[in-house]
Design a protein around this ligand. Structure first.
Ligand code: NAP
Length: 251
């Protein structure tokens, strides 16, 4: 039997990250479940363990260099050197440009962009040593522009340029880097958006479904299947790509 590979999924206490962590565990990876507070990772870790997988919960803020170095070291010590990374942790600080504060801007840039940078830089040490790796970063259809999300759209477009550059720099080491750009996925993050728009969540979901070609909103598992594909052994010639997972075509 070949040695089990280790993956890290950031922001995997809930939502899309939790679905990706569970999917990668069922694909055979040991999974480092990284989120802001270790306590919050317990549910995802328990679900993986109960299904017969291996997981370790680690509390870390991906925008902190110190936390990132510690988290990757903890996963390496507990599960083995991580060679798969999914940059998923994210936050919203939506506002129209004229009302957006510097704090709103900086918070979003720190978690999405600095977080993806710090995590990828730390994990590539293990990937280069193994001469094998997969990095998947979660972008968004908002990268194409979205009202009230100047900060988030800029960060998610940034993730795409970052991904293509990783693909170029790390390709010679047999490491791929790809991005997934989800559309409307039913998670707590969108409860926040519905609240801001003062629309009940069920109405928000119904209205959104009408605008999506497949006439339903996405579920976290719809994103997890794409992450599983990019992380697979067979996807070794697919790198620097952005896959829109949005129930219809996006530019
Ligand atoms: P979610 O339910 O809000 O989950 C995000 C997770 O990230 C939470 O567990 C959160 O922890 C964690 N997190 C936030 N800041 C962090 C930090 N600094 N360090 C470590 N973990 C942190 O969101 P989601 O909908 O699953 O979104 C996951 C990713 O998909 C995000 O990058 C998001 O931008 C992207 N996305 C989502 C959608 C969608 O429709 N839902 C669409 C496109 C893209 P706390 O709970 O403690 O805050």
């Amino acid at each position: 039997m070949t040695e089990q590979r280790t993956a890290i999924v950031t922001g995997s206490a809930r939502g899309i990250g939790a679905a990706i962590a569970k999917r990668l565990a069922s694909d055979g990876y040991a999974v480092g479940v990284v989120d802001l507070r270790e306590l919050d990772t317990a549910e995802t870790v328990a679900a993986i363990t109960k299904a017969g997988g291996r997981a370790l919960g680690v509390g870390a803020d991906v925008s902190s260099e110190e936390d990132v170095v510690r988290a990757v070291a903890e996963v390496a010590a507990g599960l083995g050197a991580p060679t798969v990374l999914v940059n998923n942790a994210g936050i919203l600080r939506d506002n129209m440009l004229f009302k957006m504060t510097q704090g709103d801007w900086d918070a979003v840039m720190s978690v999405h962009l600095r977080g993806a940078f710090l995590m990828s830089r730390e994990v590539q040490k293990h990937q280069v040593e193994a001469k094998w790796g997969r990095t998947v970063s979660i972008s968004s259809t908002s990268a194409l522009g979205n009202r009230g999300q100047a900060n988030y759209a800029a960060a998610k477009a940034g993730i795409q340029g970052f991904t293509k550059t990783l693909a170029i720099e790390l390709g010679p080491y047999n490491i791929t880097a790809n991005a997934i750009a989800p559309g409307f996925i039913q998670t707590d993050m969108l409860v926040e958006t519905a609240n801001r728009m003062k629309v009940p969540f069920d109405v928000f979901l119904e209205e959104a479904a009408k605008t999506i070609d497949v006439r339903r909103v996405g579920q976290p598992e719809d994103v997890a299947v794409a992450a599983s594909f990019f992380c697979s052994e067979e996807a070794s010639f697919i790198s620097g790509q952005v896959l829109y997972v949005a129930g219809g075509p996006k530019a």
